[in-house]
Design a protein around this ligand. Structure first.
Ligand code: ADP
Length: 510
């Protein structure tokens, strides 16, 4: 950018002193642009101060605010610009004095910023209310700007004789740009040596462009107001200041977007963690509840059989056996849940699904008998092996079977049949289905049954099918439900099988 401005300066330099008559009309627009530019920069810096609590940034924002505010009286007092408004004649020296104040004031603020920024750590830790500091500072700057304006406008006689007429500067003016150049150079040196942040970098660019603008305004155009050089210098300054502001704005926006993204990602992660925790506790309760309930029922029955006059030892032994089995089942459930959530520890072994289904059916015998359900099995004896976690897949089958029995509880007008089948499914997969002749799937809720916490059972948790589906999907398979004909529902899951792994003979079911 500096190169571009310097190049443009070279182009305009030869015609810099040519006067452009009647161009005062553009002055209000130029002043408004500078005013807005510096005001927005000041606001951005104040926002930065409220985050960083850096005194240096506060001083810099005050500098921008002061410079921006002083543009207003500068434009209002410019000879001939607002004459039509009927404002009282401010005197010949007002505009130049305000310009001198801005020119010399701004680099002093930048210098103060550069000198203060390394001794800021104590302020950062202070708990002084930021809003109060900002309000006091802004009020102070506005008051000072108004005070200076009043003094300059009313005390024209006491002001240095900077202008010889409305267009041309006189001898004393030359000290202003010379001092300003000196201050810019000191500011640049200090900033360069203490440069740490992006803000320091951009301030260096601002000072460089101000330097180029000043050289143009005061030397190339010989200070002749409204000449080509005078306008060109102002325009270059305005363009580069706008670019700096745009960069600041885009950096702020990018930062804000990044912050917003990371806040929402953090919130999502927290919600996910909560859902997982909630789901995990619900799953444990759901899965352990069944064996616990059955243990209590069997223990009750055992106590009753023992309490009889002639204790029924055989029945009691059978009840105790079922309690032992249920205890193992609860233990396995906990083990399964642990493995389900410990991804790295998921043990996958070659599995004979027929064997697995038979084991589960054996374990569900109590529930089957209690529900007066008859079981029909259909195993494909050539079923190839699949790879998976036996405890997790047993869990899936236990859930589906228990749901099927539950769905047939209220059926009295037809046989309650639980059908469990396995078959090959081309290509490279096996399908297991659990069908029942129960109440069937409610068409209204068909799509919801796999969602967490959806249940139509009074004592249900609505977690079983969700976990079944996630287990099956974690095995690279799919679980779905269809209507059974003429009554009931069929739940089926498909799993990929091991290539070329038809059942070894010893695992074939009788
Ligand atoms: P829960 O068993 O705690 O209700 P699930 O996730 O296992 O939770 O089941 C969710 C819902 O799906 C059940 O409440 C029921 O409405 C429906 N459902 C599950 N299995 C069957 C089935 N075999 N027949 C009809 N509806 C079923």
């Amino acid at each position: 950018m500096l190169v571009a401005v310097a190049g443009a300066v070279l182009v305009t330099a030869p015609v810099a002193r040519v006067s452009l008559a009647n161009t005062e009309i553009f002055l209000p627009a130029y002043a408004a642009a500078i005013f807005l530019n510096e005001l927005i920069t000041a606001v951005l810096l104040l926002a930065l101060f409220s985050v960083q609590r850096s005194r240096a940034v506060l001083v810099l924002s005050i500098g921008y605010l002061f410079s921006g505010l002083m543009v207003v009286p500068w434009a209002l007092t410019f000879p001939g610009v607002f004459a039509s408004l009927g404002l009282p004649d401010p005197g010949l020296q007002s505009t130049a004095s305000i310009a001198a104040l801005r020119r010399l004031g701004f680099p002093l603020f930048v210098l103060a910023y550069a000198l203060l920024k390394n001794s800021d750590s104590s302020v950062r830790n202070s708990h002084a209310p930021v809003r109060g500091t900002i309000l006091r500072s802004v009020a102070g700057v506005v008051a000072i700007a108004c005070g200076f304006t009043w003094l300059i406008v009313t005390g024209d006689d006491a002001l240095p004789r900077f202008m010889s007429d409305t267009r041309n500067v006189s001898e004393p003016w030359q000290y202003v740009p010379a001092t300003a150049v000196f201050l810019y150079l000191i500011g640049l040196t200090v900033l360069w040596r203490r440069q740490r942040s992006m803000l320091d970098f951009w301030l260096i660019i601002v000072l460089c462009t101000l330097l180029i603008e000043l050289i143009h305004l005061s030397y190339l155009s010989a200070g002749i107001r409204l000449s080509v050089g005078w306008w060109a210098g102002r325009l270059y300054g305005l363009i580069s200041a706008s670019l700096v502001l745009l960069v600041l704005l885009s950096q702020t926006t990018t930062l804000y977007a990044r912050l917003a993204r990371s806040v929402s990602a953090e919130r999502r992660a927290r919600e996910d963690r909560l859902v997982t925790m909630e789901a995990l506790s619900a799953l444990i309760a759901h899965e352990v509840n069944q064996p616990l309930a059955s243990m209590v029922t069997n223990a009750d029955a055992g106590l009753r059989w023992l309490g009889r006059k002639s204790p029924e030892l055989e029945e009691t032994r059978a009840a105790l056996k079922r309690i032992v089995n249920d205890g193992h089942r609860a233990g396995n459930v906990i083990e399964g849940i642990k493995t389900m959530f410990k991804k790295s520890a998921q043990e996958r072994v070659p599995l004979n699904l027929n064997q697995l289904i038979s084991d589960v059916l054996r374990r569900s015998q109590g529930e089957v008998q209690l529900g007066r359900v008859s079981v029909e099995t259909g195993f494909d004896e050539q079923l190839p092996l699949t790879t998976g976690n036996p405890i997790q897949l047993q869990q899936v089958l236990l859930n589906l079977i228990s749901n099927a029995i539950e769905a047939m509880n209220s059926v009295t007008d037809r046989p309650r049949v639980l059908g469990v089948r396995s078959e090959r499914h081309a290509p490279g997969s096996v399908v297991v289905s659990v069908g029942d002749t129960g109440i069937g799937l409610d068409p209204e809720h068909k799509d919801q049954i796999f969602e967490p916490f959806f249940t139509t059972n009074r004592d249900g948790m609505g977690m079983g099918l969700m976990f079944c589906r996630s287990i099956v999907e974690a095995h690279g398979g799919r679980l779905w439900a269809t209507d059974n004909v003429p009554h009931g529902a069929i739940f089926q899951f498909i799993l990929p099988h091991n290539e070329d792994s038809a059942l070894p003979n010893k695992w074939k079911l009788p």
